[in-house]
Design a protein around this ligand. Structure first.
Ligand SMILES: *Cc1c(COP(=O)(O)O)cnc(C)c1O
Length: 378
């Protein structure tokens, strides 16, 4: 038997309470049984997103939420800025281009975070920029971008909206949607929310809704105006993914018991302990600035292929972490501490990492990394 452990930055483990809640018989999405379920989910999401804005619930993966955040608010030829510091920054560019937007790409070296002054300068020089796109956590590099600082700059521009892919940052990071001027924020169920894949969440500010009124891009499935009208009636535009929304309420209930401040503190501590343990083993963190609390990207030691570390963890020990993507492939591997994660997930990951490194010929003193986690998290 090979027992499985999931330490990937999505999908993430789902607690048994949530799994059990989703094993109930299916209810009808337009029936009186379901309306209170959706009402509770929408309020719970507003709590998690720290917003008074509508938080739309879409039956899609996170990328569906990203697509809808483009084709509901812009027009062909609109100038937008995309901050591209990794694989997911590239995804914003591809989506924007596919709808004919004019993209001004701000390249951030992989492993580094955005300098907000760059955005400030660009907006001053180009007041016709209609939107700025960013990741809160760039999952491919393990970097957290300072969305608070960027949001505060964009607040000063009435015709520019700020769109944040927080798919891997939500729940792990304290993201103050309203206070920081985040007009659109996208989440995905299989990351911090402790749910299976299948739901995307998108918060939309009044400033963004005004843009929706003049946006004429092609859309059918992701029609946010219709979703908003339905949400007001505790419905979704098409058949609601009832099972996942029931699970969402269970997960939010667990998170509410913990409380926002404790949730963020837990992630901060787990991330810190992971980084310290990795350093105690003698490896380097790939994120040179602002490492995220969701996922840690680790450089593989010279002469050892990062994909081998990831593969050996999985094949020999049943631990699914993540490798590197694109230009980081082979150079790094990643350990997530996102969602339903605690001290023993970190200890498991670090202990197995020590064993894998040893088997690949890297000199490891057993227990060094594990001891660091114990010291820091006891
Ligand atoms: C996982 C992830 C996505 C994409 O999510 P899918 O659910 O696979 O569509 C987008 N952005 C970031 C930052 C992510 O971590």
């Amino acid at each position: 038997m090979l027992k499985r452990y999931l330490l990937a930055p999505g999908p993430t483990p789902v607690p048994s309470e949530v799994l059990l809640s989703m094993s109930k018989p299916i209810i009808h999405h337009r029936s009186a049984d379901f309306l209170p379920v959706l009402d509770s989910a929408k309020k719970g999401l507003q709590w998690l997103f720290q917003t008074k804005n509508d938080v739309l619930i879409l039956c899609a993966t996170g990328t569906g939420g990203m697509v809808g955040s483009v084709n509901n608010f812009f027009n062909k030829g609109d100038k937008v800025i995309v901050i591209n510091g990794g694989k997911f920054g590239e995804r914003w560019i591809k989506i924007c281009l596919s709808y004919g937007l004019e993209v001004d790409e701000v390249i951030v070296e992989w492993g580094y975070s955005i300098k907000p002054e760059i955005i400030e300068k660009k907006l001053k020089e180009n007041p016709d920029i209609k939107g700025v796109f960013i990741q809160a956590c760039e999952t491919s590099t393990g970097v957290y971008h300072d969305v608070e600082a960027v949001g505060k700059i964009i607040k000063g521009y009435d015709d520019t909206i700020f769109i944040v892919d927080a798919i891997s940052a939500l729940v792990a990071h304290d993201l103050k949607t309203d206070e920081w001027g985040i007009d659109i924020m996208v989440g995905g169920s299989q990351k911090g929310f402790m749910l299976p894949p299948g739901l995307a969440f998108v918060s939309v500010s009044e400033k963004a809704w005004r843009k929706n009124e003049t946006s004429k891009l092609q859309r059918f499935y992701f029609n946010f105006k219709k979703e908003r009208e339905n949400l007001a009636k505790n419905q979704t535009n098409f058949t609601s993914p009832v099972t996942l929304i029931i699970g969402l309420n269970e997960a939010i209930g667990m998170l509410q018991k913990e409380g926002l401040a404790n949730i963020f503190l837990r992630h901060k501590k787990l991330a810190h302990a992971t980084r310290e343990a990795v350093k105690a083993i003698g490896l380097n963190i790939y994120s040179k600035e602002s490492p995220s609390d969701s996922v840690t990207a680790i450089e593989s030691p010279s002469g050892i292929d990062g994909q081998m570390i990831y593969k050996t963890l999985r094949e020999r020990y049943g631990i699914t972490a993540a490798g590197g993507q694109d230009k980081a492939k082979g150079k790094i591997f990643r350990l997530a501490h996102l969602g339903y994660s605690d001290i023993f997930d970190i200890i498991t990951g670090i202990a197995a990492l020590e064993m894998v490194l040893k088997s690949l010929g890297y000199p490891v003193e057993f227990g060094k990394g594990v001891a660091r986690v114990q010291e820091l998290l006891m």
